[in-house]
Design a binder for this molecule. Sequence first.
Ligand SMILES: CC(C)(COP(=O)(O)OP(=O)(O)OC[C@H]1O[C@@H](n2cnc3c(N)ncnc32)[C@H](O)[C@@H]1OP(=O)(O)O)[C@@H](O)C(=O)NCCC(=O)NCCS
Length: 208
Amino acid sequence: MKNIVVIGSGGFSKQVIEMIEGLKEEYNLLGIIDDEKRLIGKEILGYKIIGDTNYLRQYARNEKIYGVIAIADPKIKEKISNSLDDVIWTNLIHPSAIISKHIKMGKGNIVCANVVINPESVLGDHCHINISTTLGHDVTMLDYVTIMPGARISGNVLVKSNSMIGTGVSVLQNLIIEEKVILGAGSVVIKNTEKNSTYIGVPAKKNK
Ligand SMILES: CC(C)(COP(=O)(O)OP(=O)(O)OC[C@H]1O[C@@H](n2cnc3c(N)ncnc32)[C@H](O)[C@@H]1OP(=O)(O)O)[C@@H](O)C(=O)NCCC(=O)NCCS
């Protein structure tokens, strides 16, 4: 049995807590970590917010502890993961996800219910693939990417690090989503994107 903590106590953490409950043969959820001091001691779905990331850093020096970061913002995921050397980042995968055996996955990824990942796709570290999203064949996602529910990422797409893909987005095949791009909910991406930019609409256009 692996002792685990969930970092972050927002809405997505509820989904993650329930995933861990469903994997109770493998994980024992010790509690939630949040840097918001006023939340410490409160409960989410019956699990206590036991401390902040400083508390977890100390804890992980002495005890073996697994963790996942349930915070959507890529730059926060990056900052937290880089500040906690001793936490063992685990891949949390909902049992209903259909994942090809021909994929590669780093660590700290969260793959939610009803996700489909097709052959020869690659996930970096700390990516979130929210419910009912599909990744086509040969999709590569670099680190800290967050995909909201119901996105359709077509074959041969490269999503570079720290990008956020809104709910219901479609990305056509062979495209590159550059670093730190935000794709607005419902957009349909038909061209490569520029880094550090937001795109919205059908077809998706850069938001001025
Ligand atoms: C694209 C997005 C990031 C823009 O957020 P923002 O920078 O705060 O932008 P604003 O809300 O100020 O909107 C700016 C303009 O874009 C429009 N807009 C915002 N999101 C849009 C979208 N998804 N599609 C089309 N137009 C959109 C707004 O109507 C507004 O238009 P206006 O200037 O003509 O009034 C955000 O709206 C979005 O879609 N986020 C993804 C949300 C999501 O998927 N959530 C799932 C949670 S699980």
